[in-house]
Design a protein around this ligand. Structure first.
Ligand code: SAM
Ligand code: SF4
Length: 442
């Protein structure tokens, strides 16, 4: 592609979850329309945007440290525009401009559609902060489309926000109430992605299971999956994230009868202890959760299950923690994303105040992670000798290798020609490592 010499350069840094990654893709598309091309070189940038996360204190502190460093660049180049979006922007708003008066833009999680105008204003020296939540009636504006995305696998946001109010979580406060995108819009985006060569879509939302339920006029999430599966060219469907309380029988049934739906589900348990789950306001207990796991395993034998776990939630005893470990042994997760509890301002858990010390949380985290490493490796080894269908996505780890995901989401590296990128091949697994498998193409 040819770009004008006066094309402006956008450097964007993304923190946090896949929703933020997808928002950043939207930002890149929108700003391309007003002459900004993406760069990976900070020093070349005319516009620097941080798309931030505040789900844990550590993530938020990272953003403040980064902003302190960027201040020096701004001093050297007064024309440089610097903006902050995402969850920290939503949470702090004007306060960010008070702390970093040289910042040009602060845009909240519902304000992406204003960004182009805000950047154009900043080019003329205007400083602006927009963090108002939009009500459901205007939900169209929340999802400016991603354009020009021709990767093999693409995120598609189906809903945003959350009404669950888990007691530890800041998401409902910074992402707002649950808003479902119109199915017609989602399906049009998936069709357009399929036409441009995308073969796998990953449907995104903080709680995809409640997609459509509050609109009264949209399909359920399970129906949406069926509609996406009907689109020619789409060969694989995955989704994140599913709340155990809201998973429907109808969705579980999709695993029995929709082959395009990959044999993988992220179903965060957060804890294996009923007492902790109740204090977390999760709305399910250990027995109910294990029942769902059983149903999923029956609907799709061999399904790869992953989870999020929090250690050191206020009041978590050694016995509670051991119940989390025993849940992990029972379920045998493919992956667990584990976090030390971090109190977030304004959440109910932040008022419980019975936190474990940092060191104790760290010890529990390490015990949990050691256990999971063992389970992940054992599950990887259970694939030895099996033949997996792999969507080849790029070059592999070693020279001459190519790689891609199996249906379970696990990465497989194997020797093969780069021309195969974009196609599906059959691969026999010959070795299992912590984070990937090694295979040979048939
Ligand atoms: N909606 C998803 C769900 O309910 O499973 C979770 C979204 S949240 C952005 C991702 C993960 O961050 C959570 O599943 C939880 O494990 C973790 N998390 C959220 N708040 C946290 C906190 N205050 N301290 C530690 N981990 C936290
Ligand atoms: Fe946070 Fe719970 Fe909503 Fe997930 S379901 S985003 S953990 S409040």
């Amino acid at each position: 592609m040819y770009f004008d010499m006066d094309d402006k350069q956008l450097y964007i840094e993304t923190y946090g979850c896949q929703m933020n990654v997808n928002d950043s893709e939207r930002i890149v598309s929108m700003l391309a329309d007003v002459g900004y091309q993406s760069t990976t070189t900070l020093k070349a940038a005319d516009l620097i945007l941080l798309n931030t996360c505040s789900v844990r204190g550590g993530a938020e502190e990272k953003v403040y440290r980064r902003l302190s460093n960027l201040g020096a660049l701004k001093k050297k180049n007064k024309r440089l525009i610097i903006g902050v979006g995402g969850c920290v922007a939503q949470q702090e708003g004007q306060e960010l401009l008070n702390k970093f008066p040289w910042l040009d833009l602060v845009f909240g999680t519902h304000n992406l559609h204003l960004l182009t105008k805000m950047v154009q204003g900043a080019e003329n020296g205007e400083q602006r902060c927009e963090t108002a939540f939009i009500d459901n009636g205007q939900r169209l504006d929340l999802f400016p489309p991603v354009k020009g995305n021709i990767r093999l696998s693409s995120f598609v946001t189906v809903m945003q926000g959350c009404d669950n109010y888990c007691s530890f979580c800041i998401v409902p406060y910074v992402r707002g109430r649950e808003i479902s995108r119109r199915s017609a819009e989602i399906l049009a985006e998936v069709r357009q992605l399929a036409d441009s060569g995308v073969k796998e879509v990953v449907l995104l939302g903080q709680n995809v299971n409640s997609y459509g339920l509050k609109t009264g006029s949209e399909p359920t999430f399970a129906e949406l999956i069926r509609l996406v599966a009907d689109i020619d060219g789409i060969r694989r469907i995955r989704f994140y994230t599913s709340h155990p309380k809201d998973i429907s029988r109808e969705l579980i049934a999709c695993y029995s009868d929709i082959p395009k739906l990959c044999g993988q589900i992220h179903l965060p348990a957060q804890s294996g202890s009923d007492a902790v789950l109740a204090r977390m306001n999760r709305g399910y207990d250990r027995t109910g959760y294990l029942g769902l796991i059983q149903e999923l395993k029956s609907a799709r034998p061999g399904i790869a299950i992953s989870s999020d776990m929090i250690v050191g939630f206020p009041g978590e005893t050694e016995d509670d923690f051991e119940q989390t470990l025993s849940l992990m042994e029972r379920v045998r997760y493919m992956d667990v994303f584990s976090f030390a509890y971090s109190p977030r301002p304004g959440t109910r858990a932040a008022e419980l105040g019975e936190e474990l010390g940092r060191e104790q949380k760290q010890i529990r985290l390490e015990r949990l992670q050691n256990l999971q490493r063992r389970i992940t490796l054992e599950l990887g080894q259970s694939y030895l000798g099996t033949v997996q269908s792999v969507m080849v996505e790029g070059e592999g780890k070693r020279p001459g290798q190519i790689s891609g995901k199996a249906d379970s989401g696990r990465f497989i590296n194997f020797l093969g020609d780069k021309n195969l990128i974009g196609s599906f091949v059959q691969v026999r697994v010959i070795a299992a490592y912590q984070n990937s498998l090694l295979g040979e193409m048939l």
